[in-house]
Design a protein around this ligand. Structure first.
Ligand SMILES: Cc1cc2nc3c(=O)[nH]c(=O)nc-3n(C[C@H](O)[C@H](O)[C@H](O)COP(=O)(O)OP(=O)(O)OC[C@H]3O[C@@H](n4cnc5c(N)ncnc54)[C@H](O)[C@@H]3O)c2cc1C
Length: 379
């Protein structure tokens, strides 16, 4: 295809997930002509994440309540059957109906004016004098954003840094089960079955999400976690209704994330916590900031967006060090011995609640919350 028959955009976004859609919506609202392409057949297909939003993301980014379920506390389980509860007033996590959340985000981006194309895979492109040309797809633009996840084809095509260290995550979607205490994210610390990270059971939106992530040199087997912890968690008759899996980049923010008219955001740039594996908050926040900076650059002579994001992106330096410690996979007797100690509680609060104090038993605080919990228990 000659360049004259190309469709011109101001911005091409590769990858229509959290980072790409947040970026596309804001860019389109700001008047940029935005093309988004994704290899998925539909925005909610093939979800590869548990999809929990931390409170900071929920505060930054308004999402419809019917697509979320608030979870107030974290229950940590040791291999010996002991557990401890952690929570902080006013803090919560949002479990999400992730496929429908992504569909909603795609609709919002389209409503803002972005052109979304599904079933379209980026395989390569050329840098030109005025930006980037994707000859095979008939698209060109002065700026291309790679928001195509942990194993980024954009990074590879334009010789940018690529993620090298990963955790492998596997999750089963289980039918709702009244036995699981719905107030908590249940996290199992078990280095035999989830070396390098944890296993979890999340009381999600009409589903229980049960999974684990572990060092990528080991095999993740949810069945073994279910056999060891299912009964302790109160799961009565676990019925698998779906699966999710994916790679979590845990090497920290990459250094060379831009070159000329191409830049990376989200997991593609390594913006994912090496400690917790959480990346959605950063994907949403930096996706939107990238769009703001892109519009300032294109329309108002501002700095290149890659310079703005390089300043604002987290480096994950401390979390990177903690990741090295977790990679060592402390033997299970260490988890058993430390779970209830004051030092461990302090650490857990720093990780999950950002030091928002330590509290006793998690109450059902509001009548609304109680009613929600009772609804859930009747499933
Ligand atoms: C098992 C698991 C559980 C997780 N749980 C959580 C959690 O609970 N909370 C949290 O904050 N984080 C979690 N994470 C991390 C989180 O999912 C990521 O940080 C987040 O999804 C990053 O968003 P993104 O938009 O950068 O990339 P992604 O969500 O990975 O999306 C990349 C998109 O690019 C598309 N794409 C890829 N290649 C191409 C191509 N060549 N052409 C076109 N399109 C392409 C894909 O189809 C996809 O839509 C989890 C990760 C895993 C693997």
């Amino acid at each position: 295809m000659g360049t004259s028959s190309m469709k011109n955009f101001d911005l091409i976004v590769v990858g229509a997930s959290f980072a790409g859609l947040a970026c596309a919506r804001t860019a389109a609202l700001r008047g940029l002509r935005v093309a988004v392409l994704d290899r998925k057949p539909d925005p909610g297909a093939g979800v590869r994440t548990t999809g929990i939003l931390v409170k900071e993301a929920a505060d930054d980014f308004d999402v419809p309540a019917e697509l979320t379920r608030r979870v107030r506390g974290v229950r940590l389980h040791a291999p010996n059957g002991a557990h401890t509860d952690h929570w902080a007033p006013g803090y919560y996590f949002l479990a999400t109906d992730t496929p429908n959340l992504l569909r909603w985000m795609a609709d919002e981006a389209a409503r803002a004016g972005a052109v979304l194309q599904w079933g379209m895979r980026f395989t390569g492109g050329e840098m030109s004098e005025n930006g980037v040309v994707l000859a095979d797809l008939g698209l060109k633009a002065p700026l291309l954003i790679g928001a195509d996840g942990a194993v980024s084809a954009v990074a590879r095509a334009f010789a940018l840094d690529r993620n090298r260290r990963f955790l492998g995550g596997v999750e089963w979607e289980l039918a709702p089960d009244a036995g699981l205490d719905p107030r908590f994210l249940h996290c199992m610390l078990d280095s035999e079955l989830a070396p390098g990270y944890i296993a979890w059971a999340v009381p999600g939106v009409n589903v229980i999400q049960f999974g684990l992530a572990a060092r990528s040199d080991t095999k993740s087997e949810p069945a073994k976690i279910l056999a060891r912890y299912g009964e302790r968690l109160g799961l009565r008759a676990p019925k698998i209704i779906g699966t999710r899996s994916g790679l979590i980049p845990v090497g920290g923010a990459l250094k060379r994330t831009s070159r000329g008219p191409v830049m990376l955001i989200g997991d593609a740039a390594g913006y994912c916590s090496p400690l917790t594996g959480g990346g959605i908050a950063a994907a949403l926040r930096l996706g939107r900031r990238t769009a703001q900076a892109a519009s300032d650059w294109l329309d108002a002579g501002g700095e290149h967006p890659s310079a703005v994001i390089a300043r604002e992106a987290p480096s994950y330096a401390v979390k990177g060090l903690m990741r090295r410690a977790l990679d060592l996979a402390p033997p299970n007797w260490v988890w058993n011995a430390t779970l209830g100690t004051a030092a461990f509680r302090h650490l857990a609060h720093a990780v999950y609640f950002h030091k928002r104090g330590d509290h006793g038993e998690l109450p059902y605080e509001t009548p609304h919350e109680r009613a929600l919990a009772e609804d859930h228990l009747q499933v």
